[in-house]
Ligand binder design. Structure first.
Ligand code: ATP
Length: 700
């Protein structure tokens, strides 16, 4: 708790002539965050930055938060920079006086465009004009200008803005981060993931001039015990995270925070709102039915088909205006005009505004037969005219989060479901409820039957959801006899049940924590996923293809094997986890080569510095672009692969045995790929169960 001299500090070192917070302070924060692995230090650095801005230049807070989180708008507002790599290369040549050869040599040496800018700026011996120090506000508005410039001549205008930013960047570090920001790959993931925590703490300690909300006194905080302090931090963190989960837009959150600080009023003023998507509740993975039954023992739950389609959040206001959002909060109303047209038909009497959730699935509208996700993927993403819809869909509704002006998030799932099914009307094969059956862990036979019926109709498995909040249910006593629940089939289920008995106390604590409320952005055990793949393979991972080798024989024209990586959320680097040769078709190989080489120009000339791999020399490196879902037999410790190194072993990373390509995840961006932390978690889970034959593919 350093005394707060932030205003003086800002004016002394970190303000532009106009008195605005300079970009230099943000770049400094990035450098500091980048120089440590310690989460505590990262949060502290960020809290200090935010406190300076809040106290000395609060109007810069919103742009600071956008730039630090490497975005300029929330996902549901389409504001994209749309800059190609060539605009950055041109700017580097224009501003730093590099020719093509020296630029290529730098790229080959350091890989990442930001690092190229860093090196180029270090070497730069002249300036075209006197740089005008960049302010945080100025950089943010330049980015917005780039994103908003469209139409004829926009390329030149954008180029001028990029050139100007690079010219005015003082020193190599500012240049590095300006370029990384322009490339939209800041590579300091930790800033993004800790922003809400840092905001919640900064607003307990600082307020803008003129604001009157109470602050926590430094002296009092310093006198608290560790646990008491942790409780204060976590309470305020919870409020800020809850607001952002319900209304994920800094443009809404920051102005209210500046006005009222972290308090209950923030929750009221920054809560759920129509036409702003909330972050969806997520399901926890379970290995199989027995694990699911064990976790939910003593509770009533609903098993639902887990359809293989696209999640949709449907908002409708009193005037009948409809917005539809994706799982990742993108606006996709234009993709589903047929669903929009359906709303007046499904809306029962007394229904005004609502927010509903369901899965959109391609179906045969005569027979009702479910089609694959691939069929749905063939529907164009935008501007689908209602008369020309080729891929027909059905919305399988599963939740209702808002009704007639009131949020329903705190109601139990049973109540929300009753409202949904009671107030809305089905339209066969176009709008209907997810198929479901209610059960308890005593009903293993019913659950098994239901699971089979789901997979028979090409569903991915089932989702299992707790129906009631605990105050509504009886907690079974400790002596409950688990053997009576023993199901008839697979022996694995039996084994799971036996193990369950031993861990009764542990489970009882967990049971108490499980609520049936809708918890935006949380992955809790009150929603469990059981997928059919899980019974044959351990799990799936969403990996990023990062490099390839020239194939042999029949595959000589393509890349095979392909190297894949997980994402290290803390450092922003990509850590190689396996090579894969399995699950690809020839058509896939061909399209893959074309995508990276010709169409997309996503081949890099050297290994980028943000990739961790010491296991060999691929023939080409890919610019990280895609997420592929991969199955595998199990996870092994590896001397070759660096994934999750330090998380499970100091010297060895983790690798996958028998990796197999399942499908591309077009719905996921690279920053949603599996993290090294997640991989380490799977490994730990796996190690609890006995496994056989552990060696990596490279060791075989
Ligand atoms: P997640 O969405 O949990 O981060 P993911 O993108 O890998 O993970 P899955 O593991 O396939 O997705 O499972 C979750 C998804 O299943 C939901 O986001 C939703 O789109 C889909 N889904 C299908 N049927 C249901 C259902 N009945 N209830 C909830 N979600 C369902």
């Amino acid at each position: 708790f350093e005394p707060s001299k932030y205003a003086a500090e800002l004016q002394g070192h970190w303000a532009t002539e106009g008195g605005d917070a300079s970009y230099a302070i943000l770049a400094r924060c990035f450098v500091l965050v980048n120089s440590t692995q310690s989460r505590i230090k990262i949060v502290d650095t960020l809290v200090n930055l935010l406190r300076v801005i809040i106290e000395a230049d609060p109007t810069s807070l919103l742009p600071t938060v956008w730039l630090a989180t490497n975005a300029i708008s929330p996902p549901y507002i389409s504001l994209e920079l749309g800059l190609g790599g060539s605009a950055i290369s041109k700017a580097l040549k224009n501003v730093c006086g590099l020719d093509n050869r020296s630029l290529k040599a730098l790229y080959d040496r350091v890989g990442d465009a930001g690092d190229v800018a860093f090196e180029a700026k270090k070497k730069q011996s002249f300036t075209l004009r006197k740089p005008k120090p960049l302010s945080i506000k100025g950089v943010y508005s330049s980015l917005v200008k780039i994103a908003n410039t469209q139409g004829a001549g926009s390329g030149e205008i954008k180029q001028r803005v990029v050139d100007r930013l690079l010219q005015d960047a003082r020193g190599a570090e500012e240049s590095r981060y300006i370029v990384r920001t322009l490339c939209q790959h800041l590579r300091i993931g930790a800033v993004k993931t800790t922003m809400l925590i840092a905001l919640s703490r900064a607003f307990l300690l600082s307020r803008p001039p003129g604001a009157e909300f109470p602050l926590k006194s430094r002296k009092k905080l310093a006198a608290l015990k560790k646990e008491e302090l942790a409780e204060i931090w976590s309470k305020s963190e919870e409020i800020v995270k809850k607001c952002f989960a319900q209304r994920p837009n800094y443009n809404d959150l920051i102005p209210i925070l500046l006005e009222v600080g972290v308090c209950d009023e923030l929750l009221i003023r920054c809560g759920l709102a129509l036409h702003i998507p909330l972050r969806p509740m997520l399901g926890s993975i379970t290995r199989d039915l027995s694990e699911m039954l064990t976790k939910l023992q003593g509770r009533d739950f609903s098993c639902e088909y887990k359809y293989d389609g696209q999640r949709a959040q449907v908002h409708c206001d009193d005037q009948g205006k409809v917005s539809i959002f994706s799982r990742h909060l993108e606006l996709m109303t234009d993709k589903y005009p047929d669903l929009v047209a359906l709303i007046p038909k499904i809306r029962g009497e007394g229904v005004g505004s609502f927010i509903m959730e369901g899965e959109v699935v391609a179906v045969d509208q005569v027979s009702g037969e479910l089609k694959t996700f691939q069929t749905l993927a063939n529907r164009p993403r935008k501007d689908v005219a209602i008369g020309s819809v080729k891929v027909e869909v059905c919305l399988f509704a599963f939740d209702l989060m808002y009704l007639n002006g009131a949020p329903l998030l705190d109601r139990s799932f049973r109540e929300r479901r009753e409202l949904l099914r009671g107030l809305f009307t089905e339209v066969p094969n176009q709008f209907t409820w997810v198929k479901s059956t209610d059960a308890t862990s005593q009903d293993s036979e019913i659950v098994l039957e239901f699971f089979k019926s789901a997979t028979d109709v090409k569903c991915e498995g089932i989702m299992v959801k707790i129906l009631d909040n605990l105050k509504d249910v009886k907690v079974p006593d400790e002596t409950e006899d688990l053997s009576v629940m023993e199901p008839p089939a697979p022996s694995r289920i039996k084994e799971g049940m036996k193990k369950a008995g031993k861990k009764e106390t542990e489970k009882k604590t967990r049971r108490k924590a499980l609520l049936a409320t809708y918890e935006p952005d949380k992955r809790l055990d009150s929603w469990l996923k059981v997928k059919k793949d899980y019974s044959t393979s351990f799990d799936t991972l969403d990996l990023i293809p990062i490099a390839g080798w020239h194939g042999q024989g029949r595959k000589s024209k393509w890349w095979s094997p392909i190297l894949l990586a997980v994402r290290n959320e803390e450092t922003g680097s990509l850590e190689a986890v396996c090579k894969c040769i399995s699950g690809f078709t020839d058509t896939f190989y061909k399209a893959n080569k074309e995508y990276y080489e010709q169409g997309g120009d996503h081949v890099l000339s050297g290994k980028p510095s943000y990739i961790d791999y010491e296991g060999g020399y691929p023939d080409c490196w890919f610019e990280p672009q895609e997420v592929w879902e991969m199955a595998f037999a199990d996870i092994t410790l590896s001397p070759t692969y660096t994934a999750a190194i330090g998380l499970v072993s100091g010297e060895r990373g983790l690798s996958l045995r028998f990796p197999r390509f399942l499908r591309k995840r077009d719905d996921k961006g690279i920053d949603e790929a599996s993290t090294s932390e997640f991989l380490a978690g799977l490994w730990r889970k796996q190690e609890k169960a006995p496994t056989v034959g552990k060696e990596t593919q490279d060791e075989r």
